[in-house]
Design a protein around this ligand. Sequence first.
Ligand code: ASP
Length: 351
Amino acid sequence: MKILLIFTGGTISMVRNPATDALRPADMDTFKATVPELEAGEITVDMLSFDPLIDSSDVVPENWALMAQTVYDNYDKYDGFVVLHGTDTMSYSASALSFMLENLHKPVIFTGSQLPVGVLRSDAKENLLTAIEIAAAKDKQGRAMVPEVCVFFENHLFRANRSTKQNAEHFEAFASNNYPSLAKAGVHIFYREHLIHRAQEDAPLRLHVKTDPHVAVLKLFPGITKDVVAAVLNTPGLRGVVLETYGSGNAPSFDWLYECLKDAIDRGIIIVDKTQCSAGRVEMGRYEVSLPLMKAGVLSGHDITTEALLAKMMCLFGELGNDNDQIRRLLDTSLAGEITCSDEFFSPTTL
Ligand code: ASP
């Protein structure tokens, strides 16, 4: 079994800078020396490092493209891939790769840690070694057990585009609030095979690395002014907006808000309604206060995460250019398991 470890940076690989006492990225050799287990097991682990290694706060869509391209270029040589990544933007990168790698038949498992690998109480080794085991796991038919882009952290395996960083301090840093975990690691790793997505068997892997970053997040709050909304919606070059609304997708029923949104949509900007709640879905039309959004042409984000929605928009705008009809259709479709259609939402089979 052969796994490629793609090293991008993050706390997992950091050392303390004695001059400032702050953590900064170290290098691959220092990391290797701290984890001798990588060379001791039955799984062959090759490593490939970004140069320079980066804190994930510095990650930009070009880095997503490089990660996806690296998987694509090495696809036939390995059984699976583990991406070492900072936790801060891990869910954005992992979501982006779930859209960039269409028809994936091999695991791409993102992981990192809350404490650097050299620290005694670090969660790094456990996360890394289990992620490698998951990336190498096969089912009874000899197929990859989890042929998806995932995030593995503190014993839970999540679908990448359902994950979100929920805690800055706890080892249990990630959650997947609208989709159950795909596996749970204890003494044994217990896979929930019925929840794992499989691409059509004979469909070849396709790479889509073009992105367009002209998107924005507009979070509503009581007292938000027309000037703030108008400033965001009049950003030069803007293509898409994640509108973070209340509850099941509600917004203030002020005329000026409707007019600003309608005007933006008439100018070709795509606006998607995403609830500010960390769990649950948008149900436009349930309350009267969401009707103006529908009338203006705002799309439902269903139960998508903000991270996945931003990444999906950037990928669709990059790949499809100005084909807004197609982009609107695909935003309303699950491409990589990122949204749940209403009739299967939290049905007993998915719990
Ligand atoms: N700032 C770090 C990063 O995201 C945090 C971490 O890795 O946990 O790269």
